[in-house]
Design a protein around this ligand. Structure first.
Ligand SMILES: C[S@@+](CC[C@H](N)C(=O)[O-])C[C@H]1O[C@@H](n2cnc3c(N)ncnc32)[C@H](O)[C@@H]1O
Length: 250
């Protein structure tokens, strides 16, 4: 079973589109800030592109999607194919494990801008051992050296105090990924300080209640990356905190 996609995901996404609409708008806002290009886009974890903006995709000459889910390609074409054809954007949908074969996939698309579309925060569900999941994420980052890439992913998720339907949507928040640690900051508590400060600010706006799940993506972006924080009310009483950013080639 696919713990981050498949039929259950498509059913939930289709039914939840009205609830997720403000989040999709925030994602489209973040994507629209990227300067237009007619180059190639490599979209990893594309699924059906339930939360993806056709306008953003249409700025590329070619969009290559990857997903392990066999339903992803036909549903992606159904959702975005017409807009892309109208824009003259070529669409190639691949079924495959782009994370375990990342070196090869990147090599096949050397010039493409890479976007991980809500997949890196799911790695801990594919590798239930937390250390193994962290190790997988670190090895993906190593492979991305020298590439222009971006990601939108879960940072945290958990229950909220007030049902989402009874409160206004939490507006997106901007921050900059914390700078490297000073040599003296060795304790775990010190290391986590910037994340905890960010959690306090955005977490209180999200109306977080109790313990939230850490999706192990806190160190994904290099220091100095402009990060956009987006509220994703997944269910009426359960919210995801998305983080999005672009990383220039080092
Ligand atoms: C939360 S969904 C992504 C949602 C999608 N971006 C959208 O807008 O609908 C995560 C997706 O990542 C896919 N996925 C998980 N592991 C993958 C891998 N190793 N390679 C490619 N896709 C993967 C899952 O099948 C699932 O469709």
């Amino acid at each position: 079973m696919n713990p981050s996609g498949g039929l259950r995901w498509h059913w939930k996404a289709w039914r939840s589109l009205p609830l997720w609409e403000p989040t999709c708008r925030d994602i489209a806002t973040w994507l629209s800030e990227k300067p237009p290009t007619r180059g190639d886009l490599l979209l990893i974890g594309a699924s059906a592109g339930w939360m993806m903006s056709s306008d953003f995709l249409s700025r590329f000459g070619k969009v290559i999607t990857y997903d392990i889910d066999p339903l992803a390609a036909p549903l992606f074409r159904w959702r975005h194919g017409k807009a892309l054809a109208t824009a003259g954007t070529e669409l190639v949908c691949q079924r495959g494990d782009a994370l375990n074969n990342l070196a090869q996939v990147l090599n096949e698309h050397r010039k493409a801008l890479v976007l991980f579309d809500n997949v890196l925060g799911q790695i801990r569900f594919h590798h239930p051992d937390v250390d193994e999941a962290s190790h997988r994420i670190a090895s993906i980052l190593r492979r991305l050296r020298g590439r222009h890439w971006g990601s939108i992913h879960d940072a945290y998720s958990g229950p909220v105090r007030t049902p989402v339907s009874r409160r206004a949507h939490t507006p997106l928040m901007r921050s900059v990924q914390a700078p490297p640690l000073s040599a003296g900051a060795s304790k775990r508590a010190d290391r986590d300080q910037p994340q905890r400060a960010a959690f306090a600010a955005f977490g209180s706006q999200l109306d977080a209640d109790g313990a939230w799940l850490d999706h192990l993506t806190g160190d994904l972006f290099p220091p100095g990356t402009a990060v956009t924080h987006i509220a994703w009310p997944h269910l009426d009483d359960y919210c995801h905190w998305l983080q999005a950013g672009w990383v220039e080639p080092a």
